[in-house]
Design a protein around this ligand. Structure first.
Ligand SMILES: [Zn+2]
Length: 349
């Protein structure tokens, strides 16, 4: 598997990281309460974060030919894109190892294994796990697990899956141990997308060296209380700025309602005035999600602008947003089926 090939060719660097990390991790980490730890790393009850034995702490970005800047200062290879470090209140997190420009592919990872639904995996999980290499099993077991109140100790393999699984384009659930290290924020700075059975993490804005990389685990166009209710399954309360202040709540809620209205009106008979007002509403919404970096909504909202602008006879506007949609898909993979479809839509206007 792509990821593991990389690990093997970098075994000497890996050992350097083990040494570096043993001295770097504060020994207080293991005492943090589980509910604040979105990605802790515990094997057989021991916090391996505390012991400095987690397999990914020196996470390897996939660019890279190795040359170290200095032997003393954290020893991060010059071309490395990301690195795993302790994240206050969250166990571990993924951080920018250098300045990262918008559009950069920060991480790409193929799944350790996939399934159709978590409930269906109950009987298969032991078999899937047994088929992994020892290295992959360690990688899997180092992922965060959230035990719900009253749950028995058994069933750890399934709990890890439940706490870290993503849905693929084909609707399968999949687990990506390196991507799982990225913590949640309601103000994410990356796009987290599935492309042909590979999960891709792309910078949605310029990210400064040392900044933490944040994705989102939940839909973002909702109130703080609702967002945190959705996060319950992961076992933590979000402490991001948006959750601390709740200032963005009215705008998020409005955006959520606008999205629902725009989707509900699809395929209904509309007057000329309706078409124009819905185009304006869709464009305002698409601009908002673009400005906030809510990348999960970008394709959907830009396509809504295209749809309503075409209905309203506003070809220039439709073309502008179709171009943005194509650029977005091309940033993920310019040869993908989604990019081809976006190019066809643009060409048809
Ligand atoms: Zn938050």
């Amino acid at each position: 598997m792509h990821v593991f090939r990389l690990c093997k060719t970098r075994s000497s660097m890996f050992i350097s990281w083990v040494v570096a990390f043993l001295f770097y991790v504060p020994f207080t980490l293991g005492s943090q309460p589980l509910h604040e730890t979105s990605h802790s790393c515990a094997i057989d009850g021991l916090s391996t974060d505390t012991l400095g034995l987690c397999p990914y702490f020196g996470g390897v970005g996939y660019q890279a030919s190795f040359s170290f800047e200095t032997e003393t200062e954290e020893a991060i290879p010059r071309d490395e894109v990301w690195v795993v470090r302790p994240s206050p209140g969250k166990g571990r997190g993924v951080f920018a190892a250098q300045d990262i420009a918008r559009g950069t592919h920060i991480m790409e990872e193929r799944p350790l294994f996939t399934g159709y639904a978590i409930a269906d995996m109950t009987s298969d999980i032991e078999t899937e796990f047994a088929q992994l290499s020892a290295e992959q099993q360690t990688e899997y077991l180092s992922c965060h697990e959230h035990k719900l109140q009253g749950e028995p100790e058994s069933g750890r393999l399934l709990r890890i899956l439940r706490s870290n699984a993503y849905t693929t384009q084909e609707g399968r659930i999949a687990i990506y141990p390196k991507v799982a290290l990225i913590n949640h924020s309601c103000q994410p700075n990356v796009l987290n997308a599935d492309n042909q059975n590979t999960r891709i993490i792309i910078a949605m804005r310029d990210i400064v060296k040392g900044e933490e990389i944040f994705t989102t685990y939940i839909p973002l166009l909702m109130h703080t209380a609702d967002r945190n209710q959705r996060l319950y399954q992961y076992g933590f309360q979000c402490q991001c700025e948006a959750c601390k202040t709740s200032e963005s709540d009215p705008r998020r809620q409005q955006a959520g309602m606008d999205l629902k209205e725009l989707e509900t009106a699809l395929g209904t008979g509309l007057s000329k005035a309706d078409k124009q007002s819905l185009t304006a509403k869709a464009e305002e919404l698409a601009r908002y999600v673009e400005k906030e970096g809510f990348a999960d909504y970008f394709t959907k909202t830009s396509n809504l602008v295209v749809h309503y602008a075409k209905l309203a006879g506003l070809k220039g506007k439709a073309r502008r947003w179709a171009r943005k949609s194509l650029d977005h898909h091309s940033m993920i993979d310019e040869d993908s089926a989604d990019s081809q479809r976006a190019a066809e839509i643009l060409a048809s206007i």
